[in-house]
Design a protein around this ligand. Sequence first.
Ligand SMILES: C[S@@+](CC[C@H](N)C(=O)[O-])C[C@H]1O[C@@H](n2cnc3c(N)ncnc32)[C@H](O)[C@@H]1O
Length: 250
Amino acid sequence: MEQQRFGELSSDKESNARANFFELFKNCPIPDNELLANLGLFIKRQSLSRILFMHDLYKKILPIHGNVIEFGCRWGQNLALFSACRGMYEPFNYCRKIIGFDTFEGFPSVCAKDGTSEYAKKGTYKVTAGYADFLNKVLAYHEEESPVSHIKKFELVKGDASVEIEKYLKDNPETIVAMAYFDFDIYEPTKTCLNAIKGHLTKGSVIGFDELNCKDFPGETLAVKEVFGLDKYSIRHDPNSPSPSYIVIE
Ligand SMILES: C[S@@+](CC[C@H](N)C(=O)[O-])C[C@H]1O[C@@H](n2cnc3c(N)ncnc32)[C@H](O)[C@@H]1O
């Protein structure tokens, strides 16, 4: 999650401007009944780039059968975006489930391969208490607004994904992964989950990564290197977003 990493990538001037802008946002005079329809007013270029990147990834898997999984969903924005994409592009595809894995308590642990940055520690990226329940309600609302809303098509898997992924795939052996987005940032769960889903990919499946070639989080690249090899696939990135990248299984 490069652009929002606690703000340290910003200059002082940018930080001040952002603080002032946040005040404007907090004091927004738009009435409640028009607020959600006008959120674009507050979306910065960097956030829009990421949203468009997720949209572009989703479009790549339209002809590919299977589910969308985000490994490390945190506040869950990408899950909501993928759900909106399904509603727009394939509203009747009740077979495309959207699944988010997270501890909702931040990193459960880190290892030597995660380097020495100040973020490489237990608990980084934890969310507020009860957040998974809140996110469930948000995603349920989005589903309600889409066709075939009586079939539940999203799932949050709470806990250490290194453990939960085996259980999930054992309980759901029919799983085909059309898209996986890896945003754990760290080595161990990335490697375990990459290995676990390998046999569930098909030609055309897209695997996105948030932190490849990232100095603060070397573990994600090391995991990909060990599972796939860096030279086996072309690791592409979107020119509008510096951090995220993806491969297409060929
Ligand atoms: C950078 S945040 C994800 C940000 C999110 N994808 C977004 O775009 O806003 C990394 C997330 O990975 C989760 N995480 C890291 N290791 C995990 C593990 N072993 N099991 C489950 N979740 C894990 C953390 O709890 C954290 O929420």
